[in-house]
Design a binder for this molecule. Structure first.
Ligand SMILES: Cc1cc2nc3c(=O)[nH]c(=O)nc-3n(C[C@H](O)[C@H](O)[C@H](O)COP(=O)(O)O)c2cc1C
Length: 223
């Protein structure tokens, strides 16, 4: 029976999170008769002081899937810290067998999935340091919109593409092969011009909620 660990690394404290939704969707792809599945929520791991237990789970995993939102074109700070601490733990304990397969699922707010590429490279580099085997990433654009409209008719193709990519992960975990699989890009089928227009309105509404005016959004904190 394979040990699979899913990591949810969204830093959100409350409110809906796409990473949360993606972890649930992915968990449903596994046949629990043949997989032993555990989920690590990094925020909870840190605040409830569970990191040592979680590091042990990771060390014993046959496959790990790291799910996170793009923050400033890279990994959120809490994920970076968790991975660095894990690397230190591994160096003290002896390294992972390089048969451990690692995948990542990254979502970003902008519509272009390729914005997540640098963050994929960060995860691949982490894998080299802990001697794990990076397999491939699922790169998702338009994350916020996907979460809000996932049940709408125009989202059907995107949701289907998500299911297919998760099935590719689940099948790859089950077999013992290491054939190359390219990163999978998934985008929301929605006109970019409308996407940016609605995004702009959201920023203005958020500014008002915080007691600011539209022109305040153009202020330059540093010159
Ligand atoms: C602090 C912060 C930084 C972000 N940086 C980026 C970014 O560089 N590029 C991008 O496309 N989206 C960025 N986003 C948007 C998130 O990636 C997006 O909202 C994502 O869907 C949130 O996922 P979650 O619900 O799983 O937390 C950022 C969001 C926050 C809060």
């Amino acid at each position: 029976m394979k040990n699979v660990v899913l990591i949810n690394a969204s830093p959100k404290i409350s409110g809906p999170s796409l990473s949360n939704y993606l972890v649930t969707l992915l968990a449903n792809q596994f046949d629990l008769a043949s997989i032993c599945l555990s989920v690590i929520n990094i925020r909870q791991s840190i605040t409830k002081r569970l990191t040592l237990d979680d590091f042990t789970k990771l060390k014993e995993a046959d496959a790990v899937v790291i799910v996170f939102p793009l923050y400033f074109y890279c990994t959120p700070g809490i994920l970076m810290r968790f991975l660095e601490d894990y690397q230190r733990f591994i160096m003290e304990q002896g390294s992972l067998s390089n048969q451990t397969k690692v995948y990542t699922i990254i979502n970003c707010g902008f519509p272009e999935p390729e914005r997540n590429r640098e963050a994929v490279r960060v995860i691949a580099s982490f894998c080299k340091h802990v001697k794990a085997h990076f397999r491939f990433g699922v790169l998702i654009g338009g994350g916020g919109m996907l979460l809000e409209t996932k049940n709408a008719g125009f989202m059907k193709k995107t949701i289907q593409a998500l299911h297919n990519s998760f099935l590719t992960i689940a099948n790859d975990i089950q077999n013992n092969e290491f054939e190359t699989i390219e990163n999978i890009d998934i985008s929301v089928k929605f006109p970019k011009i409308l996407f940016r227009f609605i995004g702009g309105l959201n920023w203005i509404s958020l500014a008002r909620k915080n007691g600011l005016k539209k022109k305040d959004l153009y202020r330059q904190p540093y010159r």
